[in-house]
Design a protein around this ligand. Sequence first.
Ligand code: FAD
Length: 484
Amino acid sequence: IKRDSRFAQLTEEHVAYFRELLGSESAVIDGVTSSDAADDIEPFNSDWMRKYRGHCKLVLKPASTEEVSKILKYCNDKMLAVVPQGGNTGLVGGSVPVFDEIVINMSRMSQILEFDDVSGTLVAEAGCILEVADQFLAEKGYIFPLDLGAKGSCQIGGNVSTNAGGLRLLRYGSLHGTVLGIEAVLADGTVVDDLCKLRKNNTGYDLKQLFIGAEGTIGIITKVSIQCPQRSPAQNVAFFGLESFDQVQQAFRAAKGQLSEILSAFELMDEGSQALVRQVTNNKRPLEDKYPFYCLIETSGSNADHDSEKLQAFLEDVMEKGIVVDGTLAQDETQIKALWAWREGITEALSHLGGTYKYDVSIPLKELYQLVEDTRARVDAAGLLGDTEEFPVRAVVGYGHMGDANLHLNVSTRRFDERVEKVLEPFVYEWIAERQGSISAEHGLGVMKKKFIGYSRNPTMVGLMRDIKTTFDPNGILNPYKYL
Ligand code: FAD
């Protein structure tokens, strides 16, 4: 890609305007007029995977909706391109610049504004960290309806902008259902106040839905109101080993049937992914023997005894029927955390081993794991997979949110390598398109999948998306080079 020549280059005059507007010294990191700022800017330029790297020279940290509005109006008038940035944990290269776009970082807008402990409605600024919101809610007996491995650094605004799915979508549904309202600023500085706190509101098009999953391409989300469920007093976690993907499917069916309303997560991990976590953490594995597949089941209910009885009965039943070979139940909070770490820790573990090619996809359940096997065979046939240094690929593994038919196919490499990428793309996307799957289940498009959108969306839909983009951001200053 080439830098879009319609965009202006940053000058001292621009920086002076932003300094005056934002006041506080720490709100502007300026590498335009000062060459000392390079180190300070670096973290805003590189993504979590260290796969994408931009060349921005200016980071702005607004503290209010009004400041966001003034920044955007100015940028729009001067044709300065921008990248909205939350916790910078996104996995498709959407949160960092491609060239010299200005980073608008939301970390200073982190306040929790309102909570109604009867309805469970939370209103917070977009820069509020997910874990902070969840801890606030825990004290009130509530839970944030989204949870994911990056909770300690990702922000609610980033979560909504990527339409993050996470570990309990199975139970609490998608952000398209739980987000009640949004306040956002459009490219020209217009503030869209749709910070509704009602569960029902059928007056006209539901515009907030467009911002959910828009990855900062049509506006900057400044506030969110969201429906939070009561926190279940009782939580149980089981971790078990299975011999085949067919049995994983049988176990999932049985879990839905027998655990029904208390089932809150059903996660899948293959042996390859667990071996890598073990290699990095050196922790003792939950089960003594190795199995091709592992599942983690979580229940959340109102009565601990009743729930563990149900989970115990479920485990006995599936073991008796030979669906599950071996399993363990967490006995306390520490063990619950330890079991979850085998699932939540995969992304992090892989990041310590080199470069990871990540494909976050939805596939009809029956064929979910076939993609991992076909990809592994393909990488192997190309002579790229092996145990020693000369092979770029260490392992091809699969894990994910089984309950949502969402697979994370991960190709763990010793270093990013174009030969590997060529073997994987567009192969993976073609494979998915043939099965009417989605090339992006929950991570979004960003830079990584921009050019592959056609594998999951037809030309009519892509055309309508372009129309929406143009209506909200006619100059195209918001997160350019990405998404569409
Ligand atoms: P960023 O990475 O900063 O930004 C993501 C995108 O949103 C960018 O395009 C950015 O421009 C835009 N954006 C950010 N803030 C705003 C805003 N206020 N207004 C407009 N646009 C904005 N995802 C899942 O769905 N499920 C998972 O289970 C999951 N697990 C993860 C585990 C780990 C260890 C990691 C590192 C990531 C995981 N992710 C997962 C990826 C997920 O997309 C992000 O973690 C999170 O939702 C992004 O939030 P963020 O604040 O870091 O956003």
